[in-house]
Design a protein around this ligand. Sequence first.
Ligand code: CS2
Length: 511
Amino acid sequence: MSASPPGSLGPALLGRLPSEVRKPAYDRAALKPGIAHIGVGAFHRCHQAEYTDDLLANRFDRWGLVGINIRPPLLAETLGRQDGLYTRLIRQNDEVEARIIGSIVRVVDSQDSAAPALDVLASPDIEMVTMTVTEKGYCHIPSSGALDLDHPDIAHDLANPETSRSVPGILARALELRMASHGRPVTLLSCDNIPANGIILGNVVRTFAERRGRKLVEWIEGNVAFPSAMVDRIAPATTEADIDTVEQRYGYRDSAVVVGEHFRQWVIENRFAGRAPRWDFAGAIFVDDVTPFEHLKMRVLNGAQTTLSYLGVLGGFQHTSDAIGDPLLANFVRRMLTEETLPTLMPVPGIAPAAYVEQSLSRLANTAIRHRNHQIATDGSQKIVQRLLNPIRDRLAKDESIGLLSVSVAGWMAYLIKASRRFGRAWQVSDPFAEKIAAIADRIGSDSNALVDSILAIDAIFNPALAANATFRAQVITGLDGLLSDDPTSFVGRASAGPTDARLKQPARSA
Ligand code: CS2
């Protein structure tokens, strides 16, 4: 990696940092690259790389991380210049705790071609590949989990495996190269918030492999593991203000700072091919079944974040903590979680669900974490299935109320609708279905019935049985009507006031 400019974080500066900044407590030169991570963003730097750093600090092992980006941003200019070092700040209201993480030993930019990524992924040194590539990185159909064969990158990669550009295409190619060269086993560990992420990853990679031939499929069966995992820590995209904070408080520049909360959790299915880092010695939990943990986290914490992001933007709030600071939104989200979401959860070993809800809400209220509602609202079409629609489906199966969860689904719709030309492009959005929904809104205008019918017909998001459910349709229409009104936050207040069944029908001024 290239040298860092004076005053910038790098190996030369380590010995001169203020004492309150914790430094890597191990010899970085002794690390051996063994883990590759695809998607080095704020979350990875604040989560898996920190767990690995803990492992190294406790001298349990010598696993070094190789960070790979196949999408922007370039790593060479930030982490690369700093020899992989960066500052991880933990912020809790007024408290700040700084630590330099040293577990990333090399970074690789593979945005223009898959070759640099494939070199690393196919190397016999790499025994573990973790990834945070966002929900849409798996190129699956959210409602079914199957590989989206119509996805342009997938169509490209199936025809040109050597120059793959999708995550499933690159991984399948890397496995093919491993089979053909050294044949060493590898674990592919998804760290994204999609349900049964190991199963989805296994599906999309195997679908590719099937097209390459039986031999690869059989080699994968014997030599590759796709464990599922639940990951958790709130770590928003880094801002200039975060970089300035480090400079002002500690006197050096670090362009790869990451800011997160105290809380962190990593639950990993205990199913590896070959060696795996003992992250369980660093606070991760290895379990036989991740499902209960994953439902809990995605439906409660992520469900609350998604809800606050849409209702928050609609109500004029910028960050999660601003949105939950509004008593009407806070009350709505608490009622949604306790009355509708919690009863859908399976028992989770060692965790009391009601306490988990309160802990989640207090995490979201942390004012030092500047998590933009628009950031969380990004790619909602890929998030709402696991965060909102799956609990709704479970409740409908038992004939239970879904009025509050449906308002949140309507929030996602309203957010995309209001970004359309017809609605004055209220804000810029980023979602694979944004254009489709804008076109629907441009065509229909503000007739909530017709809007909901057209949006529910998108079967990549809404499975047909759910879309055809009359209760769901009616509740989403009520929600959308309220959220497209002039005062969406008062509507939200009315929606969560009073007893469950009656409240959505209350007249406008009764709250
Ligand atoms: C957030 C998550 O942007 C989002 O979708 O909901 O990144 C969330 O902060 C993490 O899953 C927390 O572990």
